[in-house]
Design a binder for this molecule. Structure first.
Ligand SMILES: Cc1cc2nc3c(=O)[nH]c(=O)nc-3n(C[C@H](O)[C@H](O)[C@H](O)COP(=O)(O)O)c2cc1C
Length: 352
């Protein structure tokens, strides 16, 4: 059965899960319009994730995707963390604040979250996807035995091969252009930084499972290009940040729509893992690192969020995590249903 038939989609289009930015309303509107809407629950616990899934279901009976972070749980390193806080202290001071005394691992990995697994097996969302790695094979098997379609992000052929070997149904080929966190399994390993075209083509040729292309795809022409490479669908994140149904702040929307959209930066300094964001005052700190390394993900993110809160309290929004891909200037601030309709029309026109 084809990917579209299996998930009963009208369009080969997935609205990317975006923890903290995508909302149940956004996901439901995309699914209702014929694409696959997604919610990201990597930043919340099982109780909140259950409520988000229920909200999507209240709004649509169509398929949707629930996305989880499966990072290696961080090992705390008090010396490295103290040095990082000392590096950030002068920036906190600019906003009359002090850095937190210590940092916490703010997100629990799905690799070690039995409550989340039990909840998912109970409520059985139609699709579950993984970012940053894979859960144990028996967890993947249990989700699939419940009739859940599974997907996982790969940034390389090696990651795609382990996704296929684990029995996951489809792979999301995430190119270096992509907004948000790179799904690399090991952020300390060498990264070939493959672009979406090369990675998609490589996985279509070499990995034995359906490939979804992600990274820099902003319109119907981009989706058509992904399909021409052999992808079964395209996953778009940045294109949906500007929708009124997203949770993006006004400052984030303004930055995306302005000159800032033309400049994105891949950096680990906000969260501890490589992620692509609009160039901001925060990413500019990268020029002053002088060999320093941020703490591990998501411990560094605790500091990043505290800095953003301190600066925002004084009216400076340049320390928000304004994740965006290289296609950011092509984003269109339409309601989700209208955007999906337009993407479908553009795709049809591109394929004539
Ligand atoms: C604001 C934002 C948040 C994201 N959060 C997640 C997430 O929680 N889980 C995930 O698998 N991918 C996340 N991503 C990455 C997307 O899944 C996807 O790979 C990326 O958006 C594709 O590139 P594009 O932004 O150029 O469309 C996020 C992307 C953005 C822009």
């Amino acid at each position: 059965m084809s990917f579209l038939d299996r998930l009963t989609l009208d369009l080969p289009l997935i609205q990317a899960p975006m923890a903290g930015v995508s909302t149940p309303l956004l996901a439901a509107r995309v699914s209702e319009a014929g694409g696959l809407g997604s919610i990201g629950v990597g930043a919340v616990d099982a109780v909140a994730a259950r409520a988000m899934i229920a909200e999507v279901r209240e709004r649509t009976a169509r398929a949707f995707n629930v996305n989880l972070f499966v990072h290696q749980p961080a090992s705390a390193d008090p010396v490295r963390e103290a040095k990082w806080l000392a590096f950030l202290a002068p920036v906190f001071a600019e906003y009359g604040a002090a850095p937190p005394a210590s940092l916490r691992e703010i997100y629990r990995s799905f690799a070690d979250d039995p409550e989340m697994l039990a909840m998912l097996l109970e409520v059985a969302p139609p699709v579950v996807s993984f970012h940053f790695g894979l859960p144990d094979a028996d967890v993947i098997g249990a989700l699939r035995a419940r009739g859940i379609y599974t997907m996982a992000t790969a940034t390389s052929l090696a990651e795609a091969r382990s996704i296929a070997a684990a029995g996951v149904d489809a792979v999301v080929a995430q190119g270096i252009e992509a907004g948000g966190h790179r799904g690399v399994f090991d952020p300390d390993a060498p990264d070939d930084a493959l672009g979406t075209v090369a990675l998609t083509r490589l996985l279509v040729r070499e990995a034995s499972l359906p490939v979804v292309a992600a990274g820099g795809i902003m319109d119907g022409a981009g989706i058509a290009a992904a399909l021409n490479l052999g992808a079964v669908a395209a996953q778009l994140g940045t294109a949906f940040v500007a929708c009124p149904e997203s949770a993006a702040s006004d400052a984030y929307r303004a930055a995306l729509a302005g000159e800032g959209g033309y400049h994105t930066v891949l950096t680990s300094l906000i969260s501890g893992r490589p992620a692509r964001a609009l160039a901001t005052r925060f990413t500019a700190l990268g020029e002053h690192l002088a060999g320093r390394r941020s703490p591990a993900y998501p411990i560094a993110y605790d500091a990043g969020k505290a800095l953003h809160a301190a600066a925002a309290a004084k009216g400076e929004h340049g320390f928000g995590a304004h994740w965006a891909g290289q296609g950011a200037p092509l984003a269109r601030a339409f309601p989700a249903a209208a955007l999906v309709r337009l993407l479908g029309e553009e795709l049809a026109a591109s394929r004539q």
